[in-house]
Design a protein around this ligand. Structure first.
Ligand code: SF4
Ligand SMILES: [Zn+2]
Length: 121
């Protein structure tokens, strides 16, 4: 696999931070609207948020991480995977109205993303 330039690595670090923020914001929207939370996540959504953040930080692709939707691994465990899908289905279409910059960044990441091979394959 070709080496990634330091510039690209720096950009990807920024992208990972943005992805982390995006998933947190989506879970906050979902929790606010579906669970009536105000200001803080309910325990179920907090657990999901912490889980998603941990998956992102430990992603085996590191700086070359694809979007999770294009990932051949899907490291989320069964129940959490379903939960995060539910959140995405709900919050995804609403992101453009409440957080347009994050929504556009996520959209561009999706366009730029090529489905990668499994690490080590
Ligand atoms: S689903 Fe794939 S891209 Fe997303 S965090 Fe897990 S391994 Fe990384
Ligand atoms: Zn909640």
């Amino acid at each position: 696999m070709a080496a990634v330039s330091p510039k690209v690595v720096r950009r990807m670090k920024g992208r990972l931070l943005r992805e982390e923020k995006t998933i947190r914001v989506m879970i906050e929207m979902y929790c606010r609207d579906r669970h009536g939370s105000k200001g803080a996540l309910c325990s179920r959504c907090r657990e999901l948020c912490e889980y998603a953040e941990k998956r992102l930080r430990n992603c085996p692709y590191g700086a070359k991480k694809p979007t999770c939707a294009a990932c051949p691994i899907h490291c989320y465990q069964g129940g959490m995977r379903e939960e995060v899908r539910r959140v995405m289905r709900y919050a995804g279409p609403r992101m453009m109205f409440e957080h347009p910059l994050l929504a556009i960044g996520h959209f561009i990441d999706g366009l730029a993303c090529v489905r990668p091979p499994r690490p080590g394959a």
